[in-house]
Design a protein around this ligand. Structure first.
Ligand SMILES: Nc1ncnc2c1ncn2[C@@H]1O[C@H](COP(=O)(O)OP(=O)(O)OP(=O)(O)O)[C@@H](O)[C@H]1O
Ligand SMILES: [Mg+2]
Length: 252
């Protein structure tokens, strides 16, 4: 087993009386793609929000690269190398591709002593990283609002790579995309993995999961109910865990 980069130990999170996470243990090793599966409301997004610092768990610990990051601020967690890409991406619609790769960390230069954003530099750097990912966006001067869903995902992934993310979390990255764009995003997931970056992928699309995951973790009602390496699952097995084998046989 390779080195663990992320360890969630006994993580619990409640919303009022609702137990969204119930003593969840969840690990990611260096270089692997872990699919996080589960029915609606299983607790997947809540878990990744605890990892990315959006929520603070009431119990348990989250260790990243040997450091306890439990309850740290989202910006601190991002700076430590965890990049989270949500379906409703936190990108700036009215800025161009370069500016979005640099979002929050804009490069400036001085013009007559006054700091201005160095758009050319940011576009040049963005072009290099997009190239590394084999992504072709016709003009990097395009505002994000004019890009397709898949191209936006690509920009978010490029940003993660540019800032040396050491773990990328994707919450349903292909949910809103057409089939060709889904293919491209999956190719990007592979490309990130080939560069040695571990990924947590949340998806309801079994085909995506089967294609890219090295391991599947299934959650149900706030608990982890299965942890299956490649070769130990197929669609049928995953669906059984997702819906609960007991409930399935009771229903049939
Ligand atoms: N901010 C919140 N306030 C109250 N309840 C919440 C909040 N966020 C999530 N929940 C509840 O916690 C449970 C887990 O939700 P979560 O969003 O983690 O599920 P999920 O597995 O991501 O589902 P989906 O596949 O539908 O995205 C659900 O019952 C949800 O209603
Ligand atoms: Mg969710």
């Amino acid at each position: 087993m390779s080195e663990l980069i992320l360890q969630c130990q006994q993580v619990s999170k409640h919303f009022g009386g609702l137990v969204a996470l119930n003593h969840v243990d969840f690990d990611v090793s260096c270089g692997e793609v872990v699919a996080l599966l589960g029915d609606n409301g299983a607790g997947k997004s809540t878990l990744i929000k605890c990892i990315s610092g959006v929520y603070r768990p009431e119990q348990g610990r989250i260790i990243f690269d040997g450091k306890d990051i439990t309850g740290h601020a989202p910006s601190e967690i991002r700076d430590s190398g965890i990049e989270t890409i949500y379906q409703d991406l936190a990108l700036a619609e009215n800025l161009d591709v370069g500016a979005n790769v640099f979002l929050g960390k804009e490069k400036t230069r001085r013009l007559f002593g006054i700091p201005v954003t160095d758009d050319e530099y940011m576009r040049r750097e963005a072009a290099k990283v997009l190239d590394r990912l084999d992504i072709h966006i016709p003009s990097l001067k395009q505002k994000l609002v004019n890009l397709s869903g898949g191209q936006r995902q690509a920009v978010a992934i490029a940003r993660a790579l540019y800032w040396n993310a050491r773990l990328v979390i994707m919450d349903e990255p292909t949910a809103a995309l057409g089939v060709p764009e889904q293919r491209k995003v999956l190719a990007l997931v592979r490309s990130l993995r080939d560069q040695g970056i571990p990924i947590i992928l949340i998806s309801h699309t079994m085909q995506d999961v089967m294609e890219v995951a090295d391991r599947c973790v299934v959650m149900r009602r706030g608990r982890v109910v299965a942890n299956l390496p490649k070769g130990e699952y197929d669609v049928e097995v995953l669906v059984k865990h997702i819906v609960g084998a007991g409930e399935m046989s009771a229903a049939s």
